[in-house]
Design a protein around this ligand. Structure first.
Ligand code: SF4
Ligand code: SF4
Length: 112
């Protein structure tokens, strides 16, 4: 079992999650983060920290797409272990639907 970042993170990227993760298993894309499923120790402390409610346990149903996305991009994107400045327009994208189809970027972020 692992925790999974869903598309609600896209263009939000508040990054409160990376501050609390004890094993530094978040990886940064251009406009969202993902969790490395083989590094996550399933502690659950990041889930309530996410203001966008983007983090879910993989025991929830319907997360297959996001489990694949987390596994794929955590192997490609750089590690991120400390919070950076939240994008100024982050709140505008909170709760927006169909973010993956319209806003996802496969490009890496800068990492630490
Ligand atoms: S706190 Fe939530 S929205 Fe922000 S970067 Fe982490 S997972 Fe994404
Ligand atoms: S569940 Fe724990 S180990 Fe996994 S990503 Fe969240 S804070 Fe890190």
């Amino acid at each position: 079992m692992t925790y999974v970042v869903t598309d609600q993170c896209i263009r939000c990227k508040y990054m409160d999650c990376v501050e609390v993760c004890p094993v530094d298993c978040f990886y940064e894309g251009e406009n969202m983060l993902v969790i490395n499923p083989s590094e996550c120790i399933d502690c659950g402390v990041c889930e309530p920290e996410c203001p966008a409610e983007a983090i879910l346990p993989d025991t929830e149903s319907g997360l297959e797409q996001w489990m694949e996305l987390n596994a794929k991009y955590s192997a490609e994107w750089p590690n991120l272990t400390s919070k950076k400045e939240t994008p100024p327009d982050a709140d505008e994208f909170k709760g927006v639907e169909n973010k993956f189809d319209n806003l996802f970027s496969p490009e890496p972020g800068e990492g630490d």
